[in-house]
Design a protein around this ligand. Structure first.
Ligand code: PLP
Length: 470
């Protein structure tokens, strides 16, 4: 009764059939889960089973309980947050990774994983137009890469004393960033022992880009500067070249977070957005967001890996590779020892689609987002708060006589309860705004246009005066 290795084919086939059915009927489901809190937990026994259960039962329970409790991130009408696009081909690669179930922490624990990772990072370096010389590593998330960069800034500024004798008695360090950087930078600074108070938010201009002169005035002590390209809240970007020039004057380490927007840099016409990036020490972007590589897959490029490896690398006797001292062990570049084989899905994705197709998808998303922004701006009661940045804009709605923040929030709730599309919000300059991004891998123009119709329809439904028959 217990599932054995010999049963693998039977259940993998069943899972593949389920997956194909799921993908082909995905758009009939509400995008955002429609559950009440606790609803799924109530379907799961409080205690673990003592005795084996039949796979048949487990699979049936999966079908009964799980899909109805999911928010469908691969839904073509997912316009919330940022995407977590998974090309079908990258799902297949992940299945293969799962079956080999390898720990790819050292070169010798799977040479294919290490050597393919080196090659895939270099393929992506070329695809993004980064100069030769940048190396890199595939991490789980941008959060991890941001932490690695902040730790490297810290140790470089301390002459690598922190990893040896700790932070007690060390000089104060500061990290300078624009207020548009992601909260994972705040978290990194807390974890790194630098302290939230030492994250200096530098003033920005009207576009939300860090002001290089304000940066120059803000810098008093090291350790580094964090810049962002395509911020999470409203998509703002720093102008890298002048900011990096200032950082260089003070000898500070520079990390660029382009987690979402980085994928668009495969399109040469978009690269003005990160002009000057070649001057950075470290750059992160997530192929798992907008490129189509299944989560998790975040590439951190490094102009020189040495400072980071010196900060994070540790090689106890039991992790030595006999007779090989010059090989790459990527676990020495990052925090966890254990590593998944993440390069495989990039290899599948890049080969199965080719850069041309991936560029076309991103160009489509940018075009369609522009169309949607224009259409929404022309609807009664709607106004754009931030214009399209790549494929992302924000807007507000105001019903007659109602506060715009309250009306926008009411509209957003109505949209997500409706389920045909999924949108999320942010607070921008004290306004409650709806974020709208186009980036789902299989999104079509008609999906984006439908979103405009849904907004028009639901807005008229919640407008008190429209409801009174006006
Ligand atoms: C999404 C995002 C992150 C966090 O990414 P994870 O990979 O989920 O950690 C960090 N920075 C920016 C700019 C992002 O858009």
């Amino acid at each position: 009764m217990i599932m054995k290795r010999e049963d693998y084919y039977q259940w993998a086939e069943r899972a593949a059939r389920w997956g194909a059915e799921y993908l082909s009927t995905l758009e009939n489901r509400p995008v955002r889960a429609q559950n009440a809190p606790g609803e799924i937990a109530a379907l799961l026994p409080a205690a673990p089973p003592e005795h084996p259960e039949a796979m048949e039962t487990i699979f049936a329970d999966f079908e009964r309980i799980v899909p109805g409790g999911m928010t469908h991130w691969q839904h073509p009408r997912f316009f919330a947050y940022f995407p977590a696009s998974a090309a079908p081909v990258s799902m297949i690669a992940e299945n293969l990774t799962a079956v080999m179930a390898a720990q790819c922490m050292l070169w010798q624990t799977s040479p294919a994983a290490t050597e393919m990772e080196t090659r895939m990072v270099d393929w992506m370096r070329q695809a993004l137009g980064l100069p030769e010389g940048f190396q890199g590593v595939i991490q789980d998330t941008a959060t991890s890469a941001n932490l690695c960069a902040v730790l490297t800034m810290r140790e470089r500024a301390l002459g690598w004393r922190g990893i040896d004798s700790g932070m007690v008695g060390e000089k104060r360090l500061r990290i300078y960033a624009s207020p548009e950087t992601h909260s994972s930078i705040d978290k990194a600074i807390r974890i790194a022992g630098i302290g939230q108070q030492n994250l200096v938010m530098v003033a920005t201009d009207g576009e939300g880009a860090l002001d290089p002169e304000a940066l120059r005035e803000a810098i008093d002590v090291p350790a580094g500067v964090v810049l962002c390209v395509g911020g999470t809240s409203v998509g703002a970007s720093d102008r890298l070249r002048p900011a990096i020039e200032v950082a260089r004057e003070f000898g500070l380490y520079v990390h660029v977070d382009a987690a979402w927007a980085g994928s668009a840099m495969i399109c040469p016409e978009q690269r003005g957005l990160w002009d000057g990036v070649e001057g950075a020490d470290s750059v992160v972007f997530n192929p798992h967001k907008w490129l189509g590589a299944q989560f998790d897959c975040s590439i951190q490029f490094l102009a020189d890996p040495e400072p980071q490896v010196r900060t994070l690398g540790i090689r106890p006797d039991y992790l030595e590779t006999l007779g090989q001292t010059e090989i790459t062990n990527y676990s020495e570049w990052t925090i966890p020892l254990g590593r998944r084989f993440r390069a495989l899905k990039l290899w599948f994705l890049l080969r199965a689609h080719g850069l041309e197709d991936l560029r076309q998808r991103i160009r489509n998303h940018i075009t369609w987002a522009g169309e949607a922004a224009a259409a929404i701006a022309s609807l009664d009661g709607f106004r754009l708060i931030t214009d399209c940045r790549l494929s992302f804009f924000t807007f507000q709605y105001q019903a007659d006589g109602e506060d715009a923040n309250a009306a926008t929030e009411r509209l957003l709730r109505a949209v997500n309860d409706d389920g045909r599309i999924y949108l999320t919000h942010t607070i921008h300059e004290e306004q409650f705004v709806i974020r709208f991004q186009v980036g789902q891998f299989e999104c079509r123009r008609e999906d984006v246009l439908l979103a405009v119709d849904v907004l028009r329809e639901l807005a008229s439904g919640i407008n008190p005066r429209a409801r009174n028959g006006r």
